[in-house]
Write a protein that binds this ligand. Sequence first.
Ligand code: ADP
Ligand code: MG
Length: 485
Amino acid sequence: MKIEKRILLKRYLDESIYGNPTLFTGNQDAIFVLDLDGCLVEVNPAFEDLSEYIAEESRQLNLQMLFPNEKSAKAFHFFQKALLGQFQNFDCKMTNKTGRILDLDVMFIPISVNNQIVGVSAVVKDITHLKRRHEEVRRMEEEAKKREETYRNLVEYSPDAVIIARGKEILFINETGVRLLGATKKEDILFKKILDIVHPDFYEAAQKRMNIATSGEATDFYEYKLIRLDGTIFAAEVKGIPTIYQNMPARYIIFRDITTREKTLELLLNAEKLHIAGQLAAGIAHEVRNPLTVIKGFLQLMETQLDNKLYFDIIQAEMDRIELILSELLVLAKPQDFKFEKEDLKTLIEDVKTLIGTEASMNNVQIDIVNEYKNLIVKCDKNQLKQVLINFLKNAIEAMPKGGFITIEVKKHSISKVKMLIKDTGSGMPQHILKRIGEPFFTTKESGTGLGIMISKQIIENHNGSIHFWSDQKGTIIEMILPTT
Ligand code: ADP
Ligand code: MG
């Protein structure tokens, strides 16, 4: 019986295997044929390559030898099933001749001749690389997950508010960000688009900076107005950094509330204003007393005279002057709202001259205005710009204790810019002082605040202008360049 089956197997090999090169000898997959005892009777060249046994050696092997140790039982189990006529497919490890361990995908196909199972063909595929690659991918995925978790934690507990965004989508926000935007949970924000939290005045800037960060460059901190969930607006500085989030390019956006910083600046500004107001008060009192004396005199005269039209005109003019001076003083003494409006620079300079005039003449200082323009409109906050001029004029007067000249020059700088120069004939500043002016609280005066220049610079920059200082023993020149409308 067994011999008969062996003959049938031989016949199968002769007819189906040897005569069919594409199926056997030329096949890319390794194939071996087993007899009913599980001994190898034939192998193809691909199997020789894989196992590194030459054909003659292979024909000495059986299943147990091919799948050593615990694996052979598994192979044998499937072999038994194949002998019952069922096709089998399983993964199994095999050690080849040189001891290399291979991961194989094995197919056992029963060989049936004349309705009898006479052997089994085995087709094996080396999946070692495939398996290893799978494992590698899994490990990489795990690592990426771990990395992302660390990264997430770092971001989560960062003292700065952080958003991770791609395009207009908000992909992530940390706790600090949630709190800063007045939300109670992350979802409130994740639901929104980036521009939903930006004040419309800053859409353009935001869009531009989004493009920069998306193209792979970090942006500098920039001051924005952002909108909280309840619609209130706050000042924030924002920086965008290109990053990778969930394996895709994204933007890491840091934003900080700078309201308190702005408040401090505002307080300093007001402190400096009050300081100057206090210093000017003596001069102002004097200035107000003069017209009052005149008015009083005329009132006495009026008691005795009938035609008093001329007196009324004089009284009217003196009253106007008092009113103007007092209102200028109030500009300094009272905190004002910021308002950018079109203002005539000429009038503005003349108003300041009126206010500071007494102080100047008490110190023997003459103020001259040299102006190229008839009317020159600048978009500005009138009171802030006045404060800048008062700061600089006060400094100039203080630099000339024995008197001197101040010239305020207004010139064309370019088509859309005006240049204002304030020149004095004072003692000037040596290089080491010139370098430090504008630092908060830097002063060389006994009762100085050291805030005037810092605040003035800030104001000019807020007006998109720029400021420069020159100084030597003959005096100081301050140049301010401002955009016109
Ligand atoms: P403060 O006037 O309170 O000292 P400022 O910021 O206005 O503060 O000025 C800082 C310093 O700069 C002054 O103390 C002074 O030394 C110097 N300074 C400013 N303006 C002039 C000027 N026109 N001439 C000479 N020195 C000046
Ligand atoms: Mg000053």
